[in-house]
Ligand binder design. Sequence first.
Ligand code: ADP
Ligand code: ZN
Length: 529
Amino acid sequence: GAPQSDPEADDASRVLRRVFGYDSFREGQREIIDHVVAGGDALVLMPTGGGKSLCYQVPALVRKGTGVVVSPLIALMQDQVDALTALGVRAGFLNSTQEHEERREVEAAFLAGELDLLYVAPERLRTSATLGLLDRGSIALFAIDEAHCVAQWGHDFRPDYLALSALHERWPDVPRIALTATATEATHAEIAARLNLGEARHFVASFDRPNIQYRIAQKREPRRQLLQLLRTEHAGDAGIVYCLSRASVEKTAAFLAENGVQALPYHAGLDARTRAEHQARFLREDGLVMVATIAFGMGIDKPDVRFVAHLDLPKSIEGYYQETGRAGRDGLPSTAWMVYGLQDVVQQRRMIDTSEGDAAHRRRLSAHLDAMLALCETVECRRVHLLAYFGQESGACGNCDTCLTPPETWDGTIAAQKLLSAVLRLRRERGQSFGAGHVIDILLGRETDKVVQHGHASLTVFGVGTELNESEWRAVVRQLLARGLLTVESDHGTLALTDASADVLARRREVPLRRDPERAARAEAGARA
Ligand code: ADP
Ligand code: ZN
């Protein structure tokens, strides 16, 4: 509720200025705040760093009663409350990390009407004790932060979020504002349905982050490539490096440290104290590189993260967007850099096929992966592609790798036919299937042990692909996978044809392919020299 000392606090602009010290609202904030202050429900989609917190903090201060904020980020509650307290906002939190006495004090403050904001962990709202407590106090609004956690097949699903639909039944007159940075139509619809927000107004901010330069390169020696990026463009900068596994987090952090980069590991296998310490150091010190699994980052508000690097392919565009969105929250130029290779695709297909959940769930994961691959292999502006995925139109940005170094395309129809027919012949004539490495060896006519052992030199496709080198063939395989013209069987990572492959083999379909821009650049440099 409004601080009593400020008789004009019902004016959102005054709260913004006097409490938060800002001169003006950012795009979108004003309308959202007015709507919630007036008692309306809202579903807010705003990119990371867009300024979602103020959208509920200001109305909580303007309206009578306490703003109850549901947040899954228990580890950050203390920080959030400390930051608000420093601004003179009366804030508290209730979660499982608290001592009994501390909780009692927060509850008493709430009941006495002495809290402007109360952060609550979602699991608390399932207990009748907490619900009873809220009944006895005065509530200004419910803010449901990270609302995509209610999306059942999303990457951050939290079962406790499903119970939040009950808030509306219990307190029909209290406005609710759900906030997320996850933007697809399907996720919006799911949030609205599951949180009972059918009447809510939707506020969708632009997802463009113009200061972030998107780059996706071919994975060769990922750690060396990363080091090269850090040395040439981001020496001394703070950044986040995402790896898929804990082991690779540890290895990468050690590698960077050996090479003079201040790097810390972060993953769920580290004990809570180490994690908290690394996170605190990352936030407070300058120029630290956090090497982490995706366990790191949600809710982290560090404005000067200059780069986010992915050494492994994210599982979805949503994940990629959220993770890269942690770069450049201060609006200054920043880099979203990623390397990916065939092995990523093989590995992720395997993970999907062995994942728990039903066939529909696996199909969904698979669709997410396909969308991510399409972004990697696009010859269009990365930003156009990314924003289109979120349903937003834009023009070529001039600030991504494909805009800066337009990839050449080449007619890959014949190469695709050779590759697909090698896969087909192995299956038809030998009843066998192999991974990309061996199929490429066959195309290149290499007499490897495996080729000799299986007598594959006698296949008609043996040695028919010498016009391309190994890395070019790998690029062909990746792009065919990204377009569904080829697939990977999960159990052994072997290649298999899809229904669409037949069109290529029958010459009913052309296959323009992307030439690796780095190769093109090298070729050009070579030609100039
Ligand atoms: P989100 O939750 O959307 O990721 P935050 O609410 O943490 O973003 O805001 C990101 C940063 O922008 C914070 O440092 C916040 O203080 C700042 N910010 C938000 N709104 C404004 C504003 N109107 N003017 C200036 N800075 C703002
Ligand atoms: Zn672009």
